[in-house]
Design a binder for this molecule. Structure first.
Ligand code: PLP
Length: 374
């Protein structure tokens, strides 16, 4: 089996699986005052410290959620509930994941002004376009770090620092799902007041994520109940999932640079092989090497995806989250002409050149077999 769909989800690592199992065995309720409760709480505290340290934050600034979708919803609706009575402008990029784009749409339907900044004709984002769109009426700017369909790295640091210089009161949120543990992510450097993370993109289980909330930023909680997570996100914590998230983050945090180097070499190899075989690479050369968008002329992406699946090669057409719905993201980046024939190849550090050779060989087989059927 060749798995090249790591932007959709990753295989859990051994360390995460062991930590989940331990979290199941340590079954006390972390809110209980007795020893079983304290043992469970300790696992949460440990994971919180690891994740905080990995992004240069304090433990008290990390809130566990059910995943990045919940984190981003909490950030966006929370910012609106905190400030929306006086200010009602929200700025996002036009290529956000639905976890950001759809909460923005909901707010727009409630009368909020949503400004969506697009890339320019060269397919690139410019910080000044975001900064120029901001004004006294803006309560939040939410920009993703790495685009999940093309790997494009948005100039988040430049955008947020420019915004904060002119309007220090505007809140900044960054969806870091496709950047975390792949590129260095430090909240202070990025200038993010809020940041969303997901476990299952870093070899941890699904259903767990985190929201970083800078100290001093107060948002109303979306979930009220027993007051867990410092009263911000009630509900008994999922100790096994949190422990798994912490274990995966601990494993990966010391190898961000070496894995980046390895995956960059794989991306370069894929690019070379694509050039040799007249396959177009949509992703720009300075995109994250973990996500490579390619277009195979005359082969509909879904047909090719299922052909490859029969050969036990797993890739994605466009983005896993836009299943059944055509995503507008490739069009935003200027690739609408090839959006029907685009595949997303996404690596982990376990991927290899041999995987790429098999992928290219099977794409070529598909070209000749499917051409015969025409
Ligand atoms: N943001 C981006 C960029 C993503 O790629 C994804 C998942 O595909 C999400 C948010 C949602 O994350 P989760 O599955 O943890 O809700």
């Amino acid at each position: 089996m060749i798995y090249l769909d790591n932007a959709a989800t990753t295989a859990p690592c051994r360390e995460a699986i062991d930590a989940v199992n331990k979290g199941l065995e340590v079954f006390g309720n972390p809110s209980s005052l007795h020893r079983l409760g304290l043992d469970a709480e300790l696992l949460i505290t440990n994971a919180r410290e690891i994740i905080a340290e990995s992004i240069g934050a304090e433990s008290s600034e990390i809130y566990f959620t059910s995943g990045a979708t919940e984190s981003s919803n909490t950030a966006i609706f929370g910012a609106f509930r905190a400030h929306g009575k006086r200010k009602n402008k929200l700025i996002i990029s036009s290529v956000e994941h639905p976890a950001t784009a759809n909460p923005a749409l909901q707010l727009e339907e409630q009368g909020c002004e949503v400004v969506r900044i697009s890339p320019r004709a060269d397919g690139r984002f410019y910080a000044e376009d975001f900064i120029n769109a901001a004004d006294e009426n803006t309560f939040l700017i939410s920009v993703m770090y790495v685009n999940n369909e093309t790997g494009y790295i948005l100039p988040v640091q430049e955008i947020f620092s420019g915004i904060k210089k002119k309007y220090p009161q505007i809140l900044t949120h960054c969806d870091c799902v496709q950047g975390y543990m792949k590129l260095p992510v430090k909240v202070k450097k990025l200038g993010a007041d809020m940041l969303s993370l997901s476990g299952h993109k870093i070899h941890a289980p699904k259903g767990i994520g985190a929201l970083y909330l800078k100290r001093g930023v107060h948002l109303p909680s979306l979930i009220y109940g027993g007051g867990q997570e410092s009263g911000f996100r009630s509900g008994t914590e999922s100790v096994p999932l949190i422990a798994g998230f912490g274990a995966a983050a601990e494993k990966l945090s010391s190898t961000v640079n070496s894995r980046y180097k390895k995956v960059s070499a794989l991306r370069d190899y894929l690019t070379k092989r694509c050039e040799e075989e007249s396959i177009t690479v949509n992703s720009q050369p300075d995109a994250s090497p973990y996500v490579v968008s390619i277009a195979v002329e005359n082969l509909k992406s879904e047909v090719l995806l299922h052909y490859l699946e029969k050969k036990e090669i797993y890739v994605s057409s466009g983005s896993a989250c836009s299943k059944g719905k055509k995503s507008s993201v490739l069009g935003e980046f200027g690739h609408s002409a090839v959006s029907d024939v685009t595949l997303r190849i996404s690596f982990s550090s376990e991927s290899s050149e041999a995987d790429i050779d098999s992928l290219i060989a099977e794409i070529n087989n598909a070209r000749s077999e499917l051409a015969k059927l025409k």
